[in-house]
Design a protein around this ligand. Sequence first.
Ligand SMILES: CCCCC/C=C\CCC/C=C/CC(=O)SCCNC(=O)CCNC(=O)[C@H](O)C(C)(C)COP(=O)(O)OP(=O)(O)OC[C@H]1O[C@@H](n2cnc3c(N)ncnc32)[C@H](O)[C@@H]1OP(=O)(O)O
Length: 292
Amino acid sequence: MALVAARGTLLRAGVRLGTEAAACGRNGTRRSASHRVLVEPDAAAGIATIKFKNPPVNSLTLEFLTELIICLEKLENDKTFRGVILTSNSPGIFSAGLDLREMCGKNPAHYAEYWRAVQELWLKLYVSNMILVAAINGASPAGGCLMSLSCDYRVLADNPRYKVGLNETLLGIVAPFWFRDTLVNTIGHRASERALQLGLLFPPAEALQVGMVDQVVPEDQVHSTALSVITQWLAIPDHARQLTKSMMRKATTDNLIKQREADIQNFVSFISRDSIQKSLQMYIEKLKQKKS
Ligand SMILES: CCCCC/C=C\CCC/C=C/CC(=O)SCCNC(=O)CCNC(=O)[C@H](O)C(C)(C)COP(=O)(O)OP(=O)(O)OC[C@H]1O[C@@H](n2cnc3c(N)ncnc32)[C@H](O)[C@@H]1OP(=O)(O)O
């Protein structure tokens, strides 16, 4: 059902499904028919690397979300691949999170479609049967951080500019309960309470200390470290690891699934408020002014 909706979005966006499918091919060569998601398959190793390519900052536009969802679904259904590395094709920015323009000045139907896609990406990532490792090679606020928190392991490049965290409150918005749950499951209740209220963005050493990431390594070793982690995890029998992952995470996703429509309605009414629209517009303006 969600995939059908996602495909509808892609078709409206003019993306041909035949070529999209080729983007996740497994013959070892890079296929780039998908515009915003590059997949580098290594069928022999059973690993694929997904590279985000949605310039300028890999923000999660509806089209990018949809391509990612379809790509993950194809990899999930292809038993060749047991592990996936998520990284950015543009070192410096992993992902700027949700696309602010998707949440500003649009109509309720658009907000609802957008939020369903955000939910879908999280659901696909959080309980994927595959081993997911985030190779965080750039800044990763809010929704970008959520993507990495939804992986099984996080490797962050050691660069003070590469901050990670759920900074929603700084924008005058509120991280929904399933963002919170994902953070609490990773760093615990007290640290989450502080991080969420203050909208903290952690530089690498602090991110490691609080448990937002599992390893901090020199920038040129992020991908190789992610590969060696995934290789270690691949040594565990899939069925045992998958059942264990499900045991740890399914209650969290079930909680969203059972109130998915209400969560969409909440988002639509929250984001449509004049005060929230004003906050977002001011934030976008601030980002622009930072440049000049
Ligand atoms: C009680 C009921 C609760 C229910 C509520 C439900 C839901 C509400 C919560 C919704 C959740 C939202 C989660 C999110 O992800 S919100 C997005 C948060 N993201 C950010 O704060 C990141 C903002 N961006 C940055 O900090 C920086 O851009 C950067 C990523 C660190 C990169 O810096 P730099 O390399 O210097 O690039 P620029 O800043 O110059 O940006 C270039 C370009 O990109 C535009 N841009 C940046 N981020 C975004 C974005 N997230 N969306 C869209 N566009 C973005 C930026 O404006 C520049 O554009 P121009 O070139 O046109 O000026």
